[in-house]
Design a protein around this ligand. Structure first.
Ligand code: GDG
Length: 469
């Protein structure tokens, strides 16, 4: 393995927080702005930290490199490993299983073998780049074996793990042929973080039932006396920087343009999701279509804009959900639209942050209806952009965000009638009521932003010193 510098703080995540520029110069990288990197950047900089992850494409040279002063260590994946570890085990088995089997998980032994093999590569690279007594923070469902592998290699380190997606109840998790290995893998950490208290409780219960380790509240005691803490740390967003962006004249002007282009006075419903079967996109569009059919909404008075950004396009279930959504959009627009009055604007594309902020600002009703979702940052982003305290949020009670955004119009996405009622109520709500709700939700996100999330986790894992970076 190439020589790398030893860092006292190491982040391990499936993807590096950079994208390769599509320009001519293949050596160009640019930071991909995401919540995680924003939160961890100050800690990484202050403690000379390093981020270990897959760069998203093959490289000529797999040594450590830097982008904007951030140290990055790329992990190589072969095309077979991408197919079996990433598209297979991660997105064909664990993703559907952990999201309440909304789609059927597939179990393949060769996917598991690749998962183990790739997790070991990540663990070895992290162990190699960490200084003595380093703090290592491992992220998400693709890397659940890394904590135990790391502990075996480097018992001197403090190891944290955070799961960004829900952790399923016992009955579902038990289906996994490699259930004990995953639990053992996670127990390698000192601190295992979840989005909701329910995820932490599911984990502690499974560990007790399957491995016989007792827990005292959020502390699990292993046979050798070592304690593992399992606790909820609801993730958030960079409130201050997004609000600042939303207030810029360019974004406000663009929001006005969007309103004008959609018909000026029409109420704008908005959905923004990665195109994923967990997000309930088709069901919310169906509820909207039914409101038009039943004469409760007129296409002159309302329009639905759905941004569905392309995601995991090589996984079969994602191909199917895309066809399904597009069939519904075609049907609703074909049956209910008129020239110049399309009920649904469906955008299968990714947009810059500025355009997203303008859309959030233009929308009267934001509709977020996942069947299961670790948190759902879109809900928090919408609230952040509504600095005028207007606008309504329709939110699934199955999104982690529902624990915090209690003033939203909460819905069960399996209940189409309930969604119809909530969408209508949100559209017709009294502005004073909306303002009261929005103020409370904005306060919640402002006071619990991504920075406090990272600090809470790191101070519990490593003590104040690292977290106060
Ligand atoms: C996982 C968990 C958890 C989407 N389209 C565009 C775009 N986005 C941005 C959104 C938001 C992010 O992508 C999506 O985050 P979510 O939280 O909504 O959902 P997942 O991708 O499923 O994330 C989730 C999260 O991890 C963090 O722990 O909350 O539960 O599933 O930020 O705005 N951004 C831009 N253009 C797009 O077209 N710029």
């Amino acid at each position: 393995m190439a020589e790398t510098s030893k860092s006292p703080f190491v982040v391990v995540a499936n993807r590096l927080p950079v994208d390769r520029d599509t320009g001519d110069d293949a050596a160009q990288w640019r930071a991909s702005p995401g919540g995680l990197v924003t939160a961890l950047e100050p800690v990484l900089r202050q403690h000379d930290g390093i981020w270990v992850g897959w760069p998203g494409s093959a490289l000529d040279d797999y040594g450590q490199f830097e982008v904007d002063g951030l140290k990055l260590l790329p992990i190589e994946l072969s095309s077979d490993e991408i197919e079996n570890y990433y598209e297979g085990m991660s997105n064909g088995t664990l993703w559907p299983l952990y999201h309440d089997v909304v789609a059927k998980p597939a179990f393949h032994r060769e996917w598991w073998d690749a998962y183990e093999q790739v997790n070991r590569r990540f663990a070895e690279a992290a162990a190699h780049s960490a200084a003595p007594d380093a703090v290592v923070w491992v992220h998400d469902y693709q890397l659940q074996l890394v904590p135990a592998m790391l502990r075996e290699l480097r018992p001197d380190m403090r190891i944290g793990f955070f799961l960004h997606i829900p952790f399923p109840p016992t009955e579902l998790f038990k289906q996994l042929p490699w259930r004990n290995q995953i639990l053992e893998g996670l127990l390698g950490a000192d601190l295992v973080g979840f989005q909701r208290p329910g995820g932490a409780a599911n984990f502690a219960r499974l560990v007790r039932l399957r491995l016989g380790h007792k827990n005292h509240r959020d502390r699990i005691v292993l046979d050798n006396g070592r304690e593992v803490c399992a606790r909820a740390y609801p993730i958030s967003i960079d409130f201050a920087s997004l609000e600042k962006l939303a207030r810029t004249p360019g974004v406000r002007q663009r929001a006005d343009e969007i309103r004008a282009e959609l018909g000026g006075t029409r109420k704008i419903f908005l959905g923004v999701d990665r195109l994923d079967y967990t997000k309930g996109i088709r069901q919310r569009l169906r509820a909207f279509g039914e409101l038009i059919v039943d004469g409760l909404i007129d296409v002159d008075d309302a329009v639905f804009v759905q941004v569905a950004s392309p995601s995991r396009e090589r996984v079969q279930q994602y191909v199917e959900v895309r066809h399904d959504i597009e069939r519904w959009v075609g049907r609703i627009n074909g049956d209910l639209g008129r020239i110049g009055r399309q009920p649904i604007h469906y955008l299968h594309s990714s947009y810059p942050r500025e355009e997203m902020a303008a859309l959030f600002q233009a929308a009267d009703v934001m509709v977020v209806t996942p069947f299961a979702d670790g948190m759902n940052l879109v809900a928090k982003e919408y609230v952040t952009c509504r600095y005028g305290n207007d606008g309504a949020l329709v939110l699934s009670e199955f999104a982690g965000a529902a624990d915090e955004l209690k003033q939203a119009f909460l819905v069960n996405p399996h209940d189409i009638n309930g969604m119809r009622e909530a969408m209508l109520a949100a559209m017709r709500a009294d502005p004073h009521d909306l303002s009261r709700r929005m103020r409370a939700m904005r306060k919640q996100v402002r006071e619990n932003d991504i920075d406090s999330w990272a600090k809470n986790f790191l101070s519990d894992l490593a003590g104040r010193e690292l977290a106060s970076a």
